[in-house]
Design a protein around this ligand. Structure first.
Ligand SMILES: [Zn+2]
Length: 493
């Protein structure tokens, strides 16, 4: 079921202009903005943090394709951990999560084990080793970023006579020279597990710096995961389901009509207002420059359904219940983009608004709806309502930005990928009696679970390797041939 391309263009055209004006729309929306930080962890906060942490440990590379969304669904027989990633979920992720679920089940079934006991610390170590094992590529990317910054930052600190002899700076310098290199050589990906562990253990040292580094961000997330386990009631069975990625579609823009005159003509029915808008636009960009930017690659762009919306649409399709229906929260390894945030917040089913970095990606699109799928008519209707609100918001934002002369910002960087959205069940056989295992038996079981010591990279280098959970589709590009009926300006939404 397709929305009218003409209608979709009413969203994408002003979006292109907004994207040219500024890559980021407004301030970041942090979790703390949604829940003002109070003492301790509320049930709602715990629930959200847990879902975010699951998504975070699954996004084992720091690239757009690996952005992962997660949610907890309540089914009659089990709690389902739903997962989707922009490029699909691969086997290595499922293998890790299966292990994490076994460990969680063991903890839940053994209520005497607490974080402050020896067994508790042991089991957390096992959990951490598995999580860090998969996440080595991501940590390595952070490590490389940290390395680039270190000499710069230390150079500055050393140049400050007041600072350079302070104990905290001396400790930091010592830590860097011992942990960020080995015998004068850069660390390798295989060293990342140890680096993450020592970063976490020695995190006090970093307090000498105010700004967090990648490693700190990690420590924080792992710590949260640890703390939250006891606050969740995951007493029933746990199961993993993955949602396939979407296919890649052509952005619904026509190069022929994607210029500033045409776009403003469609926004305004009043020619006077249109003229004012065009004059204001030209205080920021000349028409020629703007048209060049609008035509440049923008109309050749591809779109995909972002991970969060793949998960959201699963609930729309199946009518599934969230584990906590009062908190329909979809977690993600990254804050939501501007459009996902707007879509989720505008949706009539009342999904919880996620944190957002408010970046505008033109590779975004609404979830695909196919006639034979469950609840197709209702989903499509919901989308139409949301689309209208989004067009309205984007138009309003654009008019406001132009009127207040928001300055130029440049930079186009994003990647795209595609697929479809098929749910594939992956049953995790937790088996009976995990509860009765001793720690040693648990460890042996995890090793037998497969994947132990198997390198994730090998998976990707295997030419026959196909990430689990989605079929591959050829890219289909349909070229539209249609007339533009904009003889009069101002296309009503
Ligand atoms: Zn998004």
């Amino acid at each position: 079921m397709e929305h009218q391309p003409k209608r979709l263009r009413l969203l994408y055209e002003p979006l292109c202009l907004l994207r040219i004006l500024s890559e980021v729309r407004g301030d970041r929306i942090k979790p703390g903005d949604i829940f003002p930080e109070g003492p301790g962890l509320s049930a709602t906060k715990s629930y959200r943090s847990f879902v975010d942490a699951i998504a975070y440990i699954c996004a084992y590379r720091k690239r757009p394709g690996y952005v992962t969304a997660a949610a907890l669904e309540q089914t009659p027989d089990a709690i389902v951990i739903l997962l989707a990633a922009n490029d699909g979920i691969d086997t290595a992720v499922v293998t890790l999560l299966e292990k994490v679920l076994i460990i969680l089940s063991w903890i839940i079934e053994n209520p005497t084990v607490r974080l402050d006991t020896k067994e508790g610390r042991e089991v957390m170590k096992i959990l951490t080793v598995h999580v860090l094992g998969l996440n080595a590529p991501k940590i390595f990317e952070y490590y490389q970023q940290v390395n680039k910054l270190v000499s710069l930052v230390m150079g500055r600190l050393n140049a400050e006579p007041k600072l350079k002899d302070q104990d905290s700076i001396i400790n930091l310098r010592k830590w860097i020279s011992t942990h960020l290199s080995k015998e004068g050589l850069q660390l390798q990906e295989k060293d990342m597990q140890n680096l993450a562990l020592s970063s976490y253990r020695d995190r006090e040292v970093f307090k000498a710096l105010h700004h967090t580094t990648g490693s700190l961000e990690h420590s924080h997330n792992f710590e949260q995961l640890h703390n939250l386990l006891y606050k969740l009631e995951l007493s029933r069975g746990l199961r993993i389901e993955t949602i396939g990625r979407s296919r890649e579609n052509q952005i619904p823009l026509l190069a022929r009509t994607c210029d500033i005159d045409n776009i403003s003509h469609r926004i305004f029915s009043d020619p006077v207002k249109q003229d004012i808008f065009l004059q204001q636009v030209q205080q920021i960009y000349s028409k020629k420059e703007l048209d060049r930017l609008l035509s440049k690659d923008v109309c050749k762009g591809k779109t995909r359904v972002h991970a969060e919306l793949l998960v959201l649409d699963h609930f729309e399709q199946t009518g599934g219940r969230f584990l906590n229906e009062k908190n329909k929260y979809i977690g993600c390894s990254k804050p939501a983009c501007y459009l996902c945030h707007m879509f989720i917040s505008c949706h009539p089913r009342g999904y919880a608004s996620p944190p957002s970095h408010q970046k505008l990606y033109l590779n975004w699109r609404l979830p695909d709806v196919r006639t034979h799928e469950q609840n197709a008519a209702m989903r499509f209707q919901h989308q139409q309502n949301v689309l209208l609100r989004m067009i309205d918001t984007v138009r309003g934002g654009l008019i406001n930005d132009i009127a207040t002369s928001v300055g130029k910002q440049t930079g186009f960087a994003d990647s795209t990928a595609g697929g479809t959205s098929t749910i594939v069940d992956i049953e995790t056989d937790l088996g009976p009696g995990v509860a009765n295992l001793s720690l040693e038996e648990l460890r042996v079981m995890l090793d037998r679970q497969g994947g132990a010591g198997r390198s994730v990279r090998e998976n990707h280098m295997d030419p026959k390797f196909r990430p689990r959970g989605f079929p591959f589709y050829p890219i289909e590009v349909s070229v539209e041939a249609e007339s533009d009926d904009s003889a009069t300006g101002g296309v009503d939404i």
